[in-house]
Ligand binder design. Structure first.
Ligand SMILES: [Mn+2]
Length: 445
């Protein structure tokens, strides 16, 4: 895998030396923004010119449009592995740094394909898209950018239970470069910017059942243990911090553990995981460019706008979770689903499906499909747990195979995947996915 990444670095170097303007295309989630940030920062440092576009997903029309652009090097990050056949036919050089599931199409000589799945490394757990992107610039002496690979991993929910595989190799790079510190602490969010009840309600990972995503629950909890909910964590006395820690550990021991910080960053961005959540909020609010601006070093007003977005986004998640709490999911044999036509709920469907499982609002023995109606189509966000994946569930495969049956498209990871299908196939589609997941569970070897 590292050799393949070095091939990509060599290709990149050649184009930098030729003073080529490099075309960068990345995904619009926290991982994709982090991937773009690694490459953009590296190119900036090397004095190279580049042109970046962040897109929600790679589609035929996007690829065909890019094909006609006059660039000598295209880099696709956190996407592209599903389009190797099309990218092979580009006249220019192409680097794909992705971690989504791969097909069996081999790369031609104009293309370097960096993807953990090609090397039997689990791209849903051990390396993110930003991680693949980092490996492609690592040989340019860029260990000080390694932490962006980790914001990407957090964005894709890979670091929350501790980093493994190539991710932990990257943690070492980041530590070695002096840009990352790890210390034990309480893993609640916004310690210095939000009152305690909100800080707890906004803490989704690790999940605190009854508190995460539930402002009333968080407030009651604080009243019960005798702490004022309006005060910020950073303003608590040491003994109060200890009380909070002891009480939270009773709910979920994982709440106390390794915190990853970037000491050179401003306080708001110093916590790596929160950095990822800010990028996530930018992406989810269709402001991925704003997230990228922050990641390449813009501050002040830009950051305020991003924080407003984050506040708005967190409140949407809270709204979504209380909807799940109120309505529940529809259960089939082996899966369950949520369905909405509400604009706000649609925008957070994938997120509330994941959090709903982790805070136990949803039955976590059944994968959940979040269905959002978009005119004549339905967008599907599928989520399940690591435990169900170990039992054989592969949502990426189930959504890919089933959506094709109805003229739609889908794919992703075993644990998290998406699809788009025509609205009229909704019920047949659900039935088919239900059967496929049942089959996966019964045929797990
Ligand atoms: Mn990703």
């Amino acid at each position: 895998m590292l050799n393949r990444a070095s091939e990509a670095t060599n290709m990149l170097k050649e184009h930098i030396e030729n003073n080529d303007v490099i075309r960068l295309i990345s995904h619009n989630d926290a991982d994709g923004i982090s991937a773009a940030a690694v490459i953009a920062n590296a190119l900036k440092e090397e004095g190279a010119q580049f042109h970046t576009t962040i897109v929600p997903r790679l589609k035929d029309d996007v690829v065909n449009q890019l094909r006609h652009e006059q660039y000598n090097l295209f880099i696709f990050s956190d996407m592209g592995s599903a389009y190797i056949r099309e990218l092979n036919s580009f006249k220019s050089d192409v680097i794909v740094a992705d971690h989504h599931q791969v097909s069996d199409v081999e790369a031609d000589s104009n293309l370097v394909h960096v993807n953990p799945h090609l090397f039997e490394i689990d791209g849903s757990k051990d390396l993110s898209g930003a991680g693949s992107a980092y490996l492609t610039v690592r040989d340019l002496n860029k260990k000080h950018l390694a932490y962006f690979a980790l914001t990407g991993a957090f964005g894709d929910m890979q670091g929350q239970d501790g980093f493994t595989g190539v991710n932990s190799f990257i943690v070492n790079d980041a530590k070695e470069s002096g840009t990352l510190e790890i210390h034990e602490g309480l893993k609640t969010v916004s310690k210095a910017s939000e009152p305690l009840n909100k800080s707890l309600a906004y803490t989704f990972s690790p999940a605190l059942p009854g508190i995460s995503g539930d402002l009333e629950g968080a407030t009651e909890f604080l009243e019960k243990i005798g702490l004022s909910y309006g005060i910020k964590f950073s303003d608590l006395a040491d003994e109060e911090k200890d009380v909070l820690k002891d009480e939270l550990i009773k709910i979920n021991p994982d709440i106390f553990g390794d915190c990853f910080t970037i000491p050179k960053e401003i306080p708001l961005l110093r916590d790596l995981e929160e950095y990822a959540y800010i990028l996530d909020a930018c992406g989810k609010n269709k402001k991925a460019g704003l997230g990228l601006s922050i990641a390449i070093g813009e501050r002040e007003r830009i950051l305020e706008v991003a924080l407003d977005l984050q506040r708005k986004y967190r409140n949407q998640i809270l709204k979504g979770l209380s909807w799940i709490k109120r309505e529940g999911a529809v259960g089939l044999n082996s899966i369950q689903y949520l369905y909405t036509e509400d604009k706000v709920l649609k925008s957070v469907m994938g997120t509330i499906a994941s959090i709903g499982l982790s805070v136990e609002l949803l039955d976590n023995s059944k994968p959940v499909l979040g269905l959002s109606r978009l005119h004549n189509d339905i967008k599907i966000s599928g989520r399940t747990t690591r435990e169900m994946v170990d039992k054989g569930v592969n949502l990426g495969k189930a959504l890919n195979d089933s959506s094709k049956n109805f003229g739609g498209q889908g794919g992703g990871h075993d644990i998290a995947a998406g699809a788009m299908i025509p609205y009229e196939s909704k019920d047949f589609f659900l039935k088919l996915v239900d059967e496929m997941v049942e089959y996966q569970l019964n045929n797990n070897s």
